[in-house]
Design a binder for this molecule. Sequence first.
Ligand code: GAP
Length: 489
Amino acid sequence: MENSKLSVDELAMFCKRKGFVYPSAEIYGGFAGFWDFGHLGVEVKNNLKREWWTFHVQKRDDIVGIDGAIITNPKVWEASGHVANFSDIIVICKKCKKANKIDKHEIGKVKCPCGGEYDFEKAREFQSMFKTNVGIDGFAYLRPETAQLIFTNFKFVQENARMKLPFGIAQIGKAFRNEIAPRDFLFRMREFEQMEIEYFVNPKDKCPYKIGDSEIFVYSAEMQEKNKKMEKMKFIDAYKKGIIKTDWHAYWLEQEFLWFVGLGANKEKFRIRQHMKDEKSHYAYDTWDLEYEFPFGWKELQGMANRTDYDLKQHEKNSGVSMAIVINEKGEKLIPHVVCEPSQGVERAFLVFMFDAYEYDKKRENVVLHLHPKLACYKAAVLPIVRVDKDIVKLAKEIYEDLKNEYNVLYDESGSIGKRYARNDEIGTPYCIAVDEQSLKDKSITVRDRDTTKQIRVKISDLKEVLKKLLNREIEFEKAGKVVETRVK
Ligand code: GAP
């Protein structure tokens, strides 16, 4: 199986077999829409979230983070419009009798995936927020997006962090949606995580950041209406031609695309698609999605809505607390606009990195998971060539203990060296460090590269520095040590 042919079910099976992701409570038959991350999955997921936070918050001066409550005052969801509008249309298929969720604009236009006709006369709305009890007779909702906690804390954060427009507030956390038809493994879940930014601006101000010339497939609402094909173009050109209306939207769409590509995702599988008029959320003025070509089609990976001042105004109206901030020395005030809201599902990002990393290597006869070193669970595995030689084992354990202070590394002495290489290929360990007889004599080890199976010999005293450079992609593998003949691939 090559990666391009890998189906989502096959990826789910692989993830379960290796310990990345399990169906939640599988011993009781599972629970649709809920998944648990295993000992490897949690590492990749944590790395992914850390990379997102570093890129979007810590490396920027204009974005700070928060971590809001999952359950909050239900008035928040009334003010935001979710109580009135956050619902799906349910339709039942006349042929397979299954319930499915469709968008409002699809009523009368679409068929069930089984090919059957829907009974549109019985189409009904279904509130997608989960409700829960609070205290003896209170109730609340589980948040369907993390965004609202950013809006309700907006004034505190702006004042305490002394943020000046334009600036953003970021958050990573759980979100819950009572999806009618959870499907496609981690793609549509009932409990998932979001990584979101609300980016606040004065709508009169231009974006001060450069829009670059990376290229992507662009699929505007007009192209969709006129049944045209998507077009590959530079972000900057899409903005200059007026296809992307604001410089802010173009800038953020490119940033999000570059974040994925920088962590090893395949750039040819991305496109940006504008929402059609009747597809936009209740709060959105204009929305572009970053989409990815999954094996089950082009699908939303990240939503990026222009929410204007809708949310802050709604909270001002409903709470009675002013959301305006001072914008200049003259003391003029303004309710800022969220010109765009990069909103990324953690699990959908996880799927992208796994699909793009997965390859069945026919020569090696095993899967090789080409995860970017920053995302890989273990950065290296330390393997004594023979288990029976006490001196080799002792040296391997010393190297392992030393590396463990800096990286998540694995020690593995069971099975042949070939099997151990294959095991590490499958879980995406970028480098295997083998300790052999020569190591005892000249205090050197071999480092094997997961992607090419090439090996180099490196002094143990240089190992940490070499590994650091390799993991940061600062040095070519063959230049990091003395290339040696590869006996076991
Ligand atoms: N605050 C805006 C917002 O929540 P959204 O387009 O509804 O916008 C943003 O969701 C992102 O959250 C999606 O692009 C997707 O990555 C993720 N997401 C939404 N629903 C999901 C679900 N049921 N399962 C997994 N991820 C989901």
